[in-house]
Design a protein around this ligand. Sequence first.
Ligand code: ZN
Length: 82
Amino acid sequence: MTEAEAPAPATAPHVKTRAPFQRSCNEKDEKGKICAGHLKRWYGASEEIKRQHGEELYRCEYCRTIYNPAPGFEQRSGTLQF
Ligand SMILES: [Zn+2]
């Protein structure tokens, strides 16, 4: 576990919604190549982002795209926590 989370950038972040069971980023770069970075639980969100998107957020460790959990797909009690 790393504590080296960078503060959220001042610009509006790119927030996507995760698909159920999605574990890697499907964001494409300008050449159409899929990023495929790991989505990790993100604890470094600013208060404003949390207000807009909720506490449970994930972020691609590669391109830093932020993901919401899949709608209607509530986190189960601790089973997927580290
Ligand atoms: Zn990515």
